[in-house]
Write a protein that binds this ligand. Sequence first.
Ligand code: NDP
Length: 424
Amino acid sequence: MNLNNSQNTFENWKKIPFAERQNLMQNLAEILLKNKEKFAEIITKEMNKPISQSISEIEKCAGMAEYYSKVENVLDINKIKSEFAYSEIHHEPMGIILGVMPWNYPFWQVLRFAVPAILAGNVVIMKHASICLKSGDALQELFEEAGFPKHTFTHIKVSHDEIEKILANPLVQGVSLTGSEKAGSAVAAAAGKNIKKSLLELGGNDAFIVLNDADLDQAAKSAALGRLQNCGQTCVASKRFIIQSSIYDEFLEKFVTEYKTYIVADPLDKDTKIAGMAREDLADDLEKQYQKAVENSAEIILPLERIDKISFQPGLIKMNLGNPVLDEELFGPLGMVLEAKTDEELLEIANNTKFGLANSVWSKDKKRLEFFINNLQSGTVSINQITKSDARFPFGGTKNSGYGIELSPNALKEFTNVKIVLGK
Ligand code: NDP
């Protein structure tokens, strides 16, 4: 692949002052909002997200671009007081950064990576999921319409094999991937082989922990939303619902009532809360995981009922400890419920996973919450709410959920080289 155009753009782009780059981010935010219905329709037609949720995704992208258009420039030269005349820390953009992006939030995942990387002075080439090529084209047009120089953001349509060759190209300086552990491990290995930086945002198997003093009505409503928005295909979705025994029956009844309000319907209808999954093979995989869980003694609370090739009436299963599916990510409309007596047992179950992205805890007691805040192994701990990434705060995983920081001012530094200037 000829990357000279991207490299030539980089040579000029890195010299553009930060404030001027920010003005273009403001344009990007405005174009997103102005065209939110059009962009949302592309998303929904490509991966079946209910249209109201696709519109929210575009609004969230616009809010994030707006945030970065005003963010503090943490890349400014930092002069440190010392005995030296020259005593400075510089952050310099790296060059061409590759993005390998998934289909579940076709605009958000791409922009979450690309906006801070580009604002820092890099240029981006982006391979989108193979079902999201129209989203990829629309994103490239978006950057061009906002006034970014041509080749600041380029949508590249390449196969998996070509990704390895791209990472071997000396002009490419790093890669950011959002997706499965398998894809993350393969792409990060190729980056490592070529001594290139990688950032991985992978899956999760997050806990939604309900203590016996929680507001159960609110918790039940949020639990259903946390599991079923975007048809369960969200990395930070609540996947394991760990409930304190003394309120188990009461919570479960409320949870099931909320869950049943999610009825599969036309994704283009604005009232639809849940529609089909993104691809038939993903639905097949989920059905196999459901069958495996049941074969291993999971108890069916609500059956996962296949309606057509891609759609299910959502399912809920009560898991027994030791069920092998407990440590798998369920990326679809199927929730796992567990019960435990003490706070210590709830915590132990929550942490007993290879993932660590974004757990959620429900309680009114500050002391008990503190115990979970200090001991949960995840990049985010959400208190009395489901996890929603927020442009102002760093976002990232622990354990097999990945490494590196997205969002917040911190993300501006991810694809920069630190240069120290020191002397007399
Ligand atoms: P993948 O991880 O396979 O896809 C994500 C992106 O990586 C796509 O652009 C894909 O391209 C690309 N990709 C995959 N393998 C390679 C490779 N070896 N080399 C280069 N690029 C690669 O996700 P799937 O679509 O297969 O979904 C499977 C599972 O991944 C889900 O069930 C879920 O568990 C997890 N996932 C997690 C996401 C998250 O937000 N953390 C997002 C999406 C999926 P292509 O589309 O062409 O295969």
